[in-house]
Write a protein that binds this ligand. Structure first.
Ligand code: FMN
Length: 166
């Protein structure tokens, strides 16, 4: 699948097959996170791959009871180990970790896997469930697995609405 096809075909997936993700695919997804760009190349991040069923259930509860997370065979949690303001005033933690999660989601799509960015979670509860240091900043969570649904494309604003020409 080309990058263009991945961008066109990616959907948020909330139903998953009960089939584990192959180790080779997990490797490529891990690498997509590890190789992502970051501000000043600091790489101040930790990625957590969750596959243990009990932990997935607890993680789903920590994601404000979005229980479909527990139906997936795996989930990825992206954390920053610290934060600083970039020159533009924005949080490097949020931007860096978002790029890494997006890269992993793109890679997962190319491999036929489904993901769903979760921004609704209780960060304290997520850290408790996964035994992570309190200082970590949990930026994003996504289930990962083979899709058991094929949703239609969700609506988008038109190009004219979102692109300004100067
Ligand atoms: C920052 C962010 C936070 C999101 N949080 C959630 C969430 O907590 N739960 C959920 O089911 N979907 C969540 N989504 C998925 C969006 O609802 C979804 O991307 C959007 O409806 C467009 O659909 P699509 O991803 O299939 O194109 C989130 C997406 C983003 C980018």
């Amino acid at each position: 699948m080309s990058v263009s096809d991945v961008i066109l075909n990616r959907r948020s997936i909330r139903k998953f097959e009960q089939k584990p993700v192959e180790e080779e695919k997990l490797f490529l997804i891990r690498e997509a996170g590890r190789l992502s760009p970051s501000a000043s190349n600091k790489q101040n991040w930790k990625f957590v791959l969750v596959t243990e069923k009990g932990l997935l259930v607890d993680l789903a509860e920590a994601c404000n009871s979005q229980m479909f997370v527990a139906e997936a065979p795996a989930a990825i949690v992206v954390c920053a180990t610290g934060d600083r303001s970039m020159g533009c005033g924005q949080s490097a933690a949020t931007v860096d970790c978002s790029i890494a999660m997006a890269s992993m989601m793109i890679q997962a799509t190319e491999l036929g896997l489904g993901t769903c960015w979760l921004g609704s979670f209780n960060p304290t509860a997520v850290k408790l469930v996964l035994d992570l240091p309190e200082s970590y900043i949990v930026v994003a969570v996504s289930p990962l697995g083979y899709p058991a649904e094929a949703p239609a494309a969700r609506p988008r604003k038109t190009s004219a609405e979102v692109w300004l020409e100067r």
